[in-house]
Design a protein around this ligand. Sequence first.
Ligand SMILES: Cc1cc2nc3c(=O)[nH]c(=O)nc-3n(C[C@H](O)[C@H](O)[C@H](O)COP(=O)(O)OP(=O)(O)OC[C@H]3O[C@@H](n4cnc5c(N)ncnc54)[C@H](O)[C@@H]3O)c2cc1C
Length: 405
Amino acid sequence: MIKKDVIIIGGGAAGFFAAINIAENNPQLQVAILERAKEGLAKVKVSGGGRCNVTHAEFMPSELIKNYPRGEKELLGPFHKFMTGDTIAWFEERGVELKIEDDGRMFPVSNSSQTIIDCFLSEAQKHGVDVLYNQPVKSIEKEGDAFVIQTSDNRFTSYKILVATGSNPKIWKILEGLGHSVSEPVPSLFTFNIKDERIQDIPGVVALNVEVKVLGTNLWSEGPLLITHWGMSAPSILKLSAFGALELAKRDYKFLIEINFIRQSSEAALDVLKDLKQTMPKKTVFKSTQFDLPKRLWHKLVLASEMSETTRWADLNKMQLEALAKQLTSAVFNVDGKSTFKEEFVTAGGVNLKEVNFKTFESKYVENLYFAGEVLNIDAVTGGFNFQNAWTGAFIAARDIAKSV
Ligand SMILES: Cc1cc2nc3c(=O)[nH]c(=O)nc-3n(C[C@H](O)[C@H](O)[C@H](O)COP(=O)(O)OP(=O)(O)OC[C@H]3O[C@@H](n4cnc5c(N)ncnc54)[C@H](O)[C@@H]3O)c2cc1C
């Protein structure tokens, strides 16, 4: 039996961040990470397209929490203790400078996730964290005050453990055995599959500011929309996939969306179109793109409105004007399935949040058992918020663990 003061299960983002902070805060403690793979930090490596979107330039806790479909209420207190600004400072103090991109996402200036990995590995070594690879945890049991952890080839014991295994169903089963309940995992952050003449052959087209509703629900979002080979993506869609993760899973990813491409009412759009009929009667509708829409999208919407490439504004009848106004402001598309968003995808689901004390990230049911990261039922929209949840939980748990062993 190998004895440690603190055992971290999972050598990912939250696990490393916690281990380093515990060892730094209390150098007396023997801290070990048990990682199932032959290397840790695999998701950090591929994150943000290999650049690692570490956090987001949002510095108000009350605003930051709005990016978490699950965890919004629970993270408010923790973000007052450790949030984005603290993350930036933490990395800067260890020689990793971060930069802000126009949309608020923050990356290492090196543009390489390896910078984050190198930082973690060298900090772990500097503070004497024992990182043990090829140690998949098979069981966790309480024997008296101590935990006994069985991996495939070793037994470990410690008085405090932190579970940072991300979205791992086997660990969730083990945690259920310890008395916790787990919300059923479903994917979040995905793109919508849509086959429709109006978006066919125009991949790469971006409408900068649309409103999207899922018909028959209260789900809606706004922001940029990207047309892809398979359907639609970009923040307006990804936000819906995150906030609607449970609802859309229930519908087996088959539903209708309504898009307002120009963020105007149908009446206002119709007035503009009627004016255009008066002011440019001889021009073809097809060739006179309006409302700052991308030309190729305008072409598609025009052709979907009962007219041809040669129809002139003067020729438009009431039905055609109304059809175009409708395509611009309330175009309905049939979503049939989802695809992975390669930059970042997460799982909604995990340890139920009411079972965790968010002042310390300790279990309310099992003393000295802590959680951080995606193992909890917390997830966010894309933009660096998922890592911020990992850093915040790990830091707060680490502070409590370090002071009380
Ligand atoms: C392709 C991709 C890109 C992403 N990009 C970003 C991004 O740029 N910004 C962002 O904020 N978020 C991003 N995310 C989400 C982010 O990676 C996760 O939210 C984050 O990694 C969660 O951290 P974690 O420590 O909880 O889990 P993980 O990073 O998944 O780490 C869990 C670790 O536990 C180990 N483990 C699991 N089970 C066991 C076991 N039984 N025994 C021992 N070890 C075990 C795993 O091997 C793993 O190393 C991305 C996700 C993906 C998939």
